[in-house]
Design a protein around this ligand. Structure first.
Ligand SMILES: Cc1cc2nc3c(=O)[nH]c(=O)nc-3n(C[C@H](O)[C@H](O)[C@H](O)COP(=O)(O)OP(=O)(O)OC[C@H]3O[C@@H](n4cnc5c(N)ncnc54)[C@H](O)[C@@H]3O)c2cc1C
Length: 380
């Protein structure tokens, strides 16, 4: 590891070492093959769950590992440096466990040990084909019929859409706007819940999202998570924390790209010298390393606010915005440092460059992050 981390406990150091060992043993060597086949690595996720990496920030009483968010995020960062699709899967799964953990009934919370242990994989279904940014305008409808909810509509871009065991469905149960939205929990295999084919994506091909068609899906009334009409608040709370996960993925990816570019520049010779000795290349490497350190600092400062129980929503938006823009710039520069070798799949820089793009889009595009930050500045 090239990063000198200030971790809060010895246990956290051990956890990061275990994560790196898992990356070296289970992830790094497999990523390219799974990406090429566009195959979801469910078994790898299960292994991570059994190693305790899928419930890190949740309390031990419910089956989590009771780790501070700042530690969980550095685990994600490490995973992302090895295989972004896995880090993103862990981040999305952690997000998908949030509604039941924070707002679930006693009965729903009985599933938490299996969710946090990785036996049950989660999906978070907010976006729809007609809109992702304006999530409060969603149209998937849930109506009451006796003791059941009947759900109809289409969810779009759902990570784990084809592989999840449980789905958080954000549905319209009342008036237009955010107050008419509720969260319902559905199991895979429920009649009428139909995952569609995987999208043909630019990157993260081993974890491609899919649409979910909901055709008169009948759910018992006790599948409502939290209060009726409280779904949008739950979705936004989950996203605040989830955005830190995406920022951590971005930092890990950018760190890996920087490390790879440095190693390549020290080896590759032109004009009789390693290219790292040319100032034009050395300064590019310096800018890459500085941006990654700045992104990590912003991420960890937002995480520490969350760990201290202080408001962190705006800081999470800043971290997501900055870290993912850094990942895009740094992976672009890594391709440049490698020259022609950066443009072919023999080196990971080509994959990292494609993967970085999605981080500027998911869990609120970077325009939406700017909206969140500017609203906080101008409206308080
Ligand atoms: C690989 C992948 C995985 C995903 N996983 C999930 C998932 O698991 N669950 C889920 O619910 N969703 C998921 N998404 C969806 C993702 O969150 C949305 O794509 C995203 O929120 C943007 O929505 P949209 O695609 O509908 O774009 P649109 O909302 O149509 O936006 C199009 C463009 O307009 C800009 N824009 C929109 N409104 C404004 C505004 N007010 N001001 C300035 N610019 C604006 C946007 O920034 C963007 O550039 C995933 C997407 C991808 C690509």
């Amino acid at each position: 590891m090239t990063v000198d981390r200030m971790l809060p406990t010895e246990e956290a150091h051990d956890l990061l070492a275990l994560t790196q060992e898992l990356c070296d043993r289970e992830l790094t060597g497999k990523a390219d093959a799974y990406e090429a086949r566009a195959e979801f690595p469910r078994e790898v996720i299960r292994t991570l769950g059994r190693s305790g990496l899928l419930g890190l920030p949740y309390p031990e009483e419910v089956g989590g590992a009771g780790q501070p968010y700042e530690v969980y995020l550095q685990v994600l960062e490490t995973l992302a440096g090895s295989w972004l699709a896995i880090a993103e899967a862990v981040s999305v799964h952690t997000l998908a466990c949030y509604p039941v953990y924070a707002h679930g009934s006693e009965r729903q919370r009985k599933s938490l040990p299996d969710m946090l242990g990785g036996e049950l994989l989660g999906a978070y279904c907010l976006s729809e084909p007609q809109g992702g940014s304006d999530a409060a305008a969603l149209t998937t409808k849930a109506t009451r019929d006796g003791d059941e909810w009947v759900v109809s509509g289409t969810k779009a871009w759902i990570t784990h859409g084809r592989d999840a065991d449980f789905y958080n469905l954000f549905c319209r149960t009342g008036e237009a706007g955010p107050r008419g939205i509720s969260c319902l929990l559905a199991e895979a295999g429920t009649p009428g819940l139909e995952p569609q084919k995987a999208e043909k994506v630019m990157g993260l091909r081993s974890s491609a999202p899919s649409q979910i068609v909901l055709d008169d899906v009948r759910l018992p009334s006790d599948r409502l998570v939290g209060a009726e009409g409280g779904g949008f608040g739950i979705a936004m709370e989950a996203l605040d924390a989830g955005r830190l996960g995406i920022a951590a993925c971005a930092v890990g990816l950018a760190q890996a790209a920087t490390d790879y570019a440095v190693a390549y520049a020290r080896e590759r010779e032109q004009f009789g010298r390693p290219i790292a000795e040319f100032q034009g290349v050395g300064f590019m490497l310096a800018d890459m390393a500085t941006q990654v350190s700045a992104a990590r600092a912003l991420l960890l400062s937002a995480a520490r606010l969350k760990d201290a129980g202080r408001p962190f929503s705006t800081e999470a938006a800043k971290a997501k915005l900055f870290a993912t823009d850094v990942a895009m710039r740094v992976t672009t520069d890594a391709v440049q440092v490698l020259g022609g070798a950066g443009y072919v799949s023999d080196h990971p820089a080509e994959r990292w460059f494609r993967e970085a793009k999605v981080l500027q889009i998911v869990e609120g595009t970077n325009q939406i992050q700017r909206l969140v930050i500017s609203r906080a500045l101008t409206k308080g």
